[in-house]
Design a protein around this ligand. Sequence first.
Ligand code: HEM
Length: 256
Amino acid sequence: MAGSSLRQEGKRTVVGWIRDRFPTTPWVDLTRKAIETDQRQMPRSHAEKYELKTIWYWYPLYCLGGISFVAFIILTITGIILGFFYVPDGTYQLLGPEDDVTNKAWQSMLYIMNDVPFGFIVRGMHHWAAHIMVAAVFLHMCRVYFTGAYKKPRELNWLLGVVLLLLTILFGYSGYLLPGNNLSEGAANIGIEMTRATPFIGDAAATLLWGDIGTLSGIYILRMYWLHVFILPLVATVLMILHMALVWIQGVAEPH
Ligand code: HEM
């Protein structure tokens, strides 16, 4: 017994010794590669070309467009619920418990936060999904840029993306104005002044967009509300569907 196991060990050692010096596996691999690359009729797939075991393991950043879209869906659902309770009226009135000068928009925010069941959670979800969407859209744009996915034939989808980025920022800005608090007013004043600085049509554009120029009237909240809940969602939904339809038609780009 002992003699045969020794013989076996010697065999293994000899075979091992030869294998160490004349490895066979790489030659087999080379043959397989030659057949797969030179003889094949089909173009190599992305996973084959870059020798990836799974694409998702290596490319989590390719999910950022999808994350932007999921955030938008969450914003739509929570936004619809908030719309049941929010009052888009920013005009100052004597409304508070001790005849405070305040506005109905801010009062409705207090109502959502303190009295509506789960209201503060729905508002919190809307708030954080908005933050996540802005970050995801920006990082998605960076991913597209650094993988060179904006190049031919995807130039049009890049331009569509630029418009989507602007819409996302406008969503954030118009939403920030809706609570009717001091922060909203500060941001609205900056917006009014920026609109008025437009050459030639500044004052007219400011009156149209904000309802007034110079002084901040509560009308601006109604205008921004209509932009935030109707015009922007309509345009953004159409463009997002178009954007993702183009990805579907053209396929996701391989890195250059
Ligand atoms: C609301 C915002 C956006 C949504 C929901 C969205 C959604 C998507 C989705 C789901 C994809 C598939 C691949 C992936 O997820 O990475 C994609 C690809 C793409 N997106 Fe966006 N996107 C948005 C904004 C942008 C922006 C701001 C840009 C650039 C300025 C952009 C340019 C592109 C391009 C060029 C592709 C094709 C990439 C490829 O083929 O690899 N998108 N987008």
